[in-house]
Design a protein around this ligand. Structure first.
Ligand code: A2H
Length: 254
């Protein structure tokens, strides 16, 4: 990160059903009434309608941190430290983890995705390219508008066995959220026109990401949700405020 700071939205994705490995590893480690949330950091709260999965890195060991009497967050230790100083965790400036959990153990866990059309929840899926040094180390998947999420979703669909996932976990429909001059599935369009075929094609993905972000923000118009018809520029802060007011998200900066 250069100068300035990023205003992220920390999204609270409540765990509905742990994958068996996660359940075993967490046995007896959390209070019985704990509400546990995976918390992705996003710059695009207005796209949350299209969430079809949530990504964790199979190479990262996450911490679980107490945030309130009942709420616990699954994030990197690095993010917990930042959050503690921003008054987001239970005690300001303190960030002891209650327990740890490997990203790989969480694959297949079912979580709620606030605002998503997929109201039955979405699955935790692996993404190797997640950086441990940015955000919370958790990335919610919006394949309509994020090229990285689109390519990852396609790769998971193609190679479910290789990734050790159930095919159907990656099959949740990709919904158009934003109209742009390039179309309403801008990530798919860019991935195809730039011929990006793998999540490892980082140079081309970086290009696609910049184009998708700029075009979405300055020329995009919402086509779903309460702010449908409004520009992305107008809708973004309104969707963010709605999520925060409803207790489904919180501001997080780094
Ligand atoms: B964004 P910036 Cl629809 N490693 O959210 C890799 N990527 C990460 C990450 C990490 N540790 N933490 C967050 N991110 C992703 C939505 C989205 C995002 C859309 C389109 C573009 C986009 C849904 N995924 O990001 O480097 C998160 O994905 C491209 C800018 O801080 C987060 O917002 O600018 C964004 O990257 C933060 O990246």
């Amino acid at each position: 990160e250069g100068v300035g700071s990023q205003e992220y939205t920390g999204l609270k994705m409540k765990v509905l059903e742990w994958a068996p490995k996660a359940r075993e590893s967490l046995e007896g480690k959390l209070p019985a009434d704990a509400n546990v949330f995976l918390v992705p950091a996003t710059l695009r709260p207005e796209t949350m309608y299209g969430q079809n999965a949530v990504f964790v890195s199979p190479k990262i060991t996450y911490g679980i941190f107490k945030a309130s009497d009942t709420d616990y967050y699954v994030i990197t230790h690095r993010a917990a430290r930042n959050m503690a100083y921003q008054g987001i965790l239970f005690k300001e400036g303190e960030f002891p983890s209650v327990t740890e959990i490997d990203g790989s153990a969480m694959i297949g866990t079912l979580v709620n995705a606030p605002l998503s059309v997929h109201t039955g929840g979405v699955r935790v899926l692996p993404m190797e390219s997640i950086l441990p040094t940015k955000g919370t180390g958790v990335v919610t998947s919006v394949p309509s508008d994020s090229p990285a999420d689109y390519v990852m979703t396609m790769d998971l669909r193609k190679k479910a066995a290789y990734y050790g996932i159930e095919q159907e976990w990656a099959e949740l429909e990709i919904i158009p959220i934003i109209d742009t001059p390039t179309g309403d599935l801008i990530a798919k369009s860019l991935v195809e026109s730039l011929k990006i075929s793998s999540p490892k094609d980082t140079v081309q993905l970086e290009k696609a990401k910049d184009t998708a972000y700029t075009e979405g923000y300055y020329k995009g118009r919402m086509k779903i949700g309460a702010w449908s018809g409004q520009s992305v520029e107008q809708a973004k802060p309104l969707v963010r405020k709605h999520l925060i007011d409803e207790g489904l998200a919180f501001p997080y900066a780094e």
